[in-house]
Design a protein around this ligand. Structure first.
Ligand code: ADP
Ligand code: MG
Length: 299
């Protein structure tokens, strides 16, 4: 392609809300034959909501959620926002002041913990509880697997060293996500899903969106997302990564083409080669089409 064609290509992209950072990014996109999608906020809407709570200790929901919200209010994670939003239902005020949390720590890809009212509150996944030597009762395991089967994320809450409850959080697929995966198939592009979420939930979401079970990678830490991208490159794929979170940025950098969701975090947007300004998944196809049109022409 001539420099003019590349300029036209990037210009057309920009006019459609697909921000291509330079000619190299536009060129690489036409060779892409494998796309790695992040789950939360990329394939899913990314605005999770609490859909059910199972209390395992003798306490009232308002009291339980007050402790959980006091901890989660310190986190930027979409799941944390869902929990705090839900906790407001048990309060009269529109913007409740939660009890003070001391020693707040966020464990990326696992959850959060803090001391609230002199009790240690831990909110997060199973591995976070196991790391803290907190036993997971059978009841809690049952609620977790039930949630996972429904493509929901189960979150455990430990109060003072014991599991006190389990929340189920739902984050539905973005409209059109299924169509995008099926169109990519016709374009001979393989779709893969990678997520920090657990295997059960990941597999349920993959099934809904039409990604094969062997193309799902769950419980992946940020560095592992990048490693999987590199593995695919070693197998001969030209890989695009599509993501929205801080946890996706190493993979966005590792990919041949990193694509960030416009509504995503600044760090992901900076790490990417292409930014989907409208946050539409369809624009993954727009970008590849544009590149194919610019570079696959008979010269
Ligand atoms: P994804 O890769 O799908 O965007 P993350 O890597 O951010 O997901 O998180 C992985 C898992 O860690 C979540 O599914 C959840 O179980 C747990 N987790 C992370 N942050 C929090 C939090 N603030 N509160 C509760 N659970 C959390
Ligand atoms: Mg995400």
């Amino acid at each position: 392609a001539t420099p003019t064609a590349v300029m036209v290509g990037t210009g057309v992209g920009a006019s459609q809300g697909v921000l291509i950072k330079g000619g190299q990014a536009l060129e690489s996109a036409h060779k892409v034959n494998c796309i790695v999608f992040d789950k939360t906020g990329t394939l899913t809407v990314g605005k999770p909501v609490v859909v059910s709570t199972r209390l395992l200790k003798n306490m009232v929901l308002g009291e339980f959620y007050e402790l959980v919200a006091a901890t989660e209010v310190n986190s930027e994670h979409p799941l944390a926002k869902a929990v705090v939003e839900y906790a407001k239902k048990f309060r009269e005020e529109e913007n409740p002041v939660w009890p003070e949390a001391r020693d707040f720590i966020s464990i990326t890809g696992h959850g959060v913990k803090a001391i609230v009212r002199n009790k240690e509150i831990i909110v997060g996944n199973k591995s976070l509880m196991l790391e803290h030597n907190i036993a997971i009762p059978l009841d809690a395991e049952d609620v977790l697997s039930e949630a996972e089967g429904l493509a929901q994320t189960g979150i455990l809450v430990s109060i003072h060293g014991e599991i006190a409850g389990v929340l189920a959080i739902s984050d539905p697929l973005k409209p059109g996500a299924k169509e995008v995966i099926s169109i990519l198939k016709t374009m001979k592009v393989r779709s893969i899903m990678v997520t920090g979420d657990n295997w059960g939930t990941a597999n349920s979401i993959a099934k809904e969106v039409g990604i094969e079970a062997e193309s799902v990678i769950a419980e992946a830490r940020p560095e592992q997302k990048a490693e999987r991208v590199k593995d695919l490159q070693v197998s001969g794929y030209t890989v695009a990564m599509v993501g929205d979170g801080i946890n996706d940025s190493p993979a966005l950098v590792a990919a041949n083409v990193g694509m960030a969701i416009g509504a995503g975090t600044d760090i992901a947007i900076e790490a990417a080669d292409i930014v989907l300004m409208k946050s539409n998944l369809e624009d993954v196809i727009t970008a590849i089409d544009l590149s194919r049109k610019t570079f696959s022409r008979i010269r």
